[in-house]
Ligand binder design. Structure first.
Ligand SMILES: Nc1ncnc2c1ncn2[C@@H]1O[C@H](COP(=O)(O)OP(=O)(O)OP(=O)(O)O)[C@@H](O)[C@H]1O
Ligand SMILES: [Mg+2]
Length: 407
């Protein structure tokens, strides 16, 4: 095939002035030059950690706040500042994101990671954990130093390995001669501390800081700053920035959501060959983000759970030919009948109705359906299920499930 340069399918991407001048500034790993609206929180964290600079052990600290409230970015900022000033003052900072699988699956992995951070390598399995603890403590106790150990998303660690590690890591301070450990735990689970064992709570003797959700005006400032670093001037108006801020504020005051919205809107505009980000692009961006989130969530579920979801979609198709999806109410018994057909068609083992009912509960927790308990008088109680995702997303989920399950 003879292709001239004029026909090149990529031409429209190189020809047009693009929307972004530095798209990285609109991604979550980017460290902006300023962190607006977190001055107070950053100051409080630094006050708590500052004794380390005078050779004292700072209190342990817990940082709470819902998703996207700037916890991670603020602690990263504080740590970088502390590292800069503490050269030669015997402070060592260790940051661990506990959500990473290689860290949080087992206590062994956590310890192996901690040892790796201080330059000690151990085999991936095989040693008893008490030995790993000992090695860690002996190593850090070789010199006088304050270890600031940040465990970000600590709740995911707790869910997998319980809370003994917290006890082990804090209790040891009394036994070491030279070094101390200060723990900084970060979580978006506001009840995290309440669930800890009483013995651990008292050994933590900690401080806590709460990060509140951002409001629309704060999000607007955060976005404006990211826009100035990442987007070409005049491709986005103030109203559009306000709109993204307002949309994210309505959800949970989540800065990540606001930034994603703006970046994806820019990408949509670029793809359509437009030179300005408009209202339409933001709407399309919101739909795309929701679609990706829902499809990803369902993709990660086990096959049986996917089969239940698929059965609900099939049943809604059957019932809902004249109705809108939001009006179609399905009873668990009928879902189970459909589920049996789906399993038979796809050679899947059929679970009991009770187990399927549990899976329906889990899908409800994920937010893809809503299941309401209703009373059927003397026939007992059942659940009424309604899909919680719109038609466009539903189609996409449906094709993904067809691909995974067969038919
Ligand atoms: N005050 C702020 N100024 C600039 N950017 C911010 C601010 N707060 C949050 N962000 C940005 O928003 C995104 C989410 O922030 P961050 O990762 O710190 O949230 P988080 O509270 O740790 O959320 P999660 O609980 O989901 O881990 C990041 O891209 C971060 O750079
Ligand atoms: Mg975080």
């Amino acid at each position: 095939m003879q292709v001239t340069k004029k026909d090149n399918i990529f031409l429209r991407f190189v020809e047009k002035e693009s929307i972004f001048k530095n798209k990285k500034a609109l991604t979550s790993s980017f460290m902006p030059s300023k962190i607006p609206h977190r001055e107070e929180e950053i100051k409080s964290i630094s006050n708590i950690l500052a004794p380390a600079l005078r050779g004292y052990q700072p209190s342990n600290l817990f940082i709470y706040g819902t998703v996207g409230t700037g916890k991670t970015i603020s602690i990263r900022y504080v740590l970088s500042q502390l590292e800069e000033i503490s050269k030669g003052r015997g402070i060592r900072t260790v940051y661990i994101n506990c959500k990473m699988k290689k860290v949080s699956d087992t206590e062994y992995r956590l310890l192996a990671q901690l040892l790796k951070e201080i330059g000690e390598f151990v085999p991936e399995t095989g040693l008893p954990t008490h030995l790993l603890y000992r090695r860690f403590f002996e190593k850090i106790d070789e010199k006088k130093q304050t270890i600031i150990l940040v465990l970000d998303e600590i709740d995911s660690l707790y869910k997998k390995i319980g809370d003994d590690f917290l006890y082990n890591l804090t209790r040891v301070n009394g036994e070491m001669k030279n070094a101390t450990i200060t723990l900084v735990g970060i979580t978006n689970d506001l009840s995290f501390r309440d669930n800890l064992d009483a013995r651990i709570k008292s050994s933590l003797s900690d401080e806590e800081i709460i990060f509140k959700p951002y409001d629309a005006l704060q999000l607007k400032d955060i976005l404006a700053q990211r826009v100035s670093e990442g987007v070409i001037e005049d491709t986005i108006s103030e109203e559009i920035i306000s709109m993204c801020a307002a949309m994210a504020a309505q959800e949970h005051g989540d800065a990540r959501r606001a930034i994603d919205l703006l970046r994806v809107a820019g990408e949509v505009a670029e793809r359509l060959g437009d030179s300005q980000i408009t209202y339409k692009h933001v709407e399309l961006a919101e739909e795309k983000i929701d679609m990706d989130r829902v499809t990803e969530t369902i993709k990660l579920q086990p096959k049986q759970s996917q089969a239940v979801m698929y059965s609900i979609i099939k049943l809604q198709e059957k019932y809902g030919s004249q109705k809108k999806w939001a009006d179609t109410r399905m009873l668990t018994g009928d879902i189970y009948e459909m589920y049996k057909e789906v399993c038979a068609r796809n050679n899947l083992k059929t679970l009991t109705q009770r187990r399927v009912s549990d899976l329906i509960g889990e899908l409800d927790m994920l937010g893809v359906i809503t299941a309401k308990v209703i009373s059927k008088g003397r026939y007992g109680r059942t659940r009424e299920v309604v899909l919680a995702i719109n038609d466009t997303i539903l189609q996409r989920v449906n094709s993904m499930l067809v691909e995974r399950l067969g038919n």
